[in-house]
Design a binder for this molecule. Structure first.
Ligand SMILES: C[S@@+](CC[C@H](N)C(=O)[O-])C[C@H]1O[C@@H](n2cnc3c(N)ncnc32)[C@H](O)[C@@H]1O
Length: 331
């Protein structure tokens, strides 16, 4: 795989393989997905979304949302369910954007919104099979809210992907007292040993663009991760000193998190189907583009956003071991 074109094609095929198997997500443990989303944002996601909806109702309706790199729409469903219960129903025009065929996404989201969101929102779902870079440039000033959840780092450049999708937001004007909002999540740089073990698995799984081509290896790894996860359970360890070698601060750690963040992405979640665990291993290690961004790099990207667009307010940016959750507003 060389050159941008073929690497982005590879990413597309990997996610076609993951999201094409949509049955795996029908019975997804969605309550824990919502909880995870709230934990990642230190509980702030609820007020972020409530704020966007309330501002929009003051200004215009329906609320127009673009979900860049929407995949099957899991995060959209989850993000909207993080909002507070509503007395009146908000109207939403949703546009899901991805490189992969999106028939299943439309079907999945229609079903999900009937199950979970019907009492809060009236949602009109549209999907577009497009590259976020070229779509963004052709659709400036169109949306009230953009979600980019786990997608920007799968493109040739996080910085260019953020710049070209941020401009799809409305600017503040006489009609819109405030500009549009952007809520995103991208991965952080990994700790040094975790980078090495990730590289080992990536080197192998990058060869494949479909789970069928390496299903046996995926299953073995998933079995092992499950065994380790069950054995460790919620055990904790107190580490008395910092380690420069591991870039680790002294303190109390849950052993599973310590292993995951500092040594090996050993993924196991109780009550999650075996198939979904296999998907998560493939989704992490197979895509050729998987850029890691440090907080410092992200802040300099935000500065460029501010100077090259009509202006960008960074309202919040929460950095955890695994990623950055950010909330921006276009001026
Ligand atoms: C890890 S998945 C996240 C999907 C979804 N946002 C979620 O959180 O459930 C990343 C998605 O980004 C899409 N993607 C990657 N590069 C893209 C691009 N240049 N344009 C549009 N979508 C892209 C992939 O096809 C994939 O579905």
């Amino acid at each position: 795989m060389t050159g941008n074109g073929s690497s982005q094609d590879h990413v597309q095929k990997v996610f076609e393989s993951v999201w094409g198997d949509s049955n795996t997500y029908d019975k997804a443990d969605t309550i824990s997905d919502v909880k995870r989303m709230k934990d990642w944002s230190d509980g702030k996601i609820t007020s972020w979304i409530d704020n966007v909806i309330n501002n929009n109702i003051k200004n215009s309706s329906p609320l127009s949302i673009v979900d860049v790199g929407c995949g099957l729409g899991l995060s959209f469903d989850c993000l909207m369910r993080c909002a507070s219960p509503r007395e009146s129903i908000a109207e939403i025009k949703y546009t899901g954007l991805d490189l992969i065929p999106l028939e299943k996404t439309k079907e999945y989201l229609t079903k999900r919104s009937k199950q979970h969101l019907e009492n809060m929102y009236k949602i009109n779902i549209e999907t577009r099979r497009e590259n976020m870079h070229s779509y963004g440039k052709r659709n400036e000033g169109r949306y009230d809210l953009a979600f980019a959840f786990g997608s920007l780092h799968h493109t040739p450049s996080v910085e260019e992907a953020l710049l070209s999708t941020f401009v799809t937001l409305k600017s503040a004007s006489r009609h819109n007292s405030e500009g549009g909002y952007y809520i995103g999540w991208i991965i952080n740089t990994q700790r040094p040993l975790r980078q090495k073990t990730d590289e080992f698995f990536r080197e192998y799984f990058n060869q494949f663009d479909s789970m069928d081509q390496c299903d046996k290896e995926l299953e073995v790894i998933s079995e092992i991760f499950k065994g380790i996860g069950e054995a460790l359970g919620d055990k904790e360890i107190e580490i008395g000193n910092d380690s420069n070698l591991l870039q680790l601060k002294k303190g109390k750690y849950r052993l599973q998190s310590l292993l995951y963040d500092y040594f090996l992405k050993c993924y196991y979640k109780e009550n999650e189907s075996k198939k979904r665990q296999v998907h998560q291993i493939f989704d992490w290690f197979a895509p050729i583009y998987y850029h890691q961004t440090s907080r410092e790099q992200l802040m300099s990207i935000f500065k460029r956003l501010d100077s090259e667009t009509n202006g960008c307010d960074v309202i919040d940016c929460i950095t955890k071991e695994n990623g950055h959750f950010f909330y921006l507003r276009k001026k």
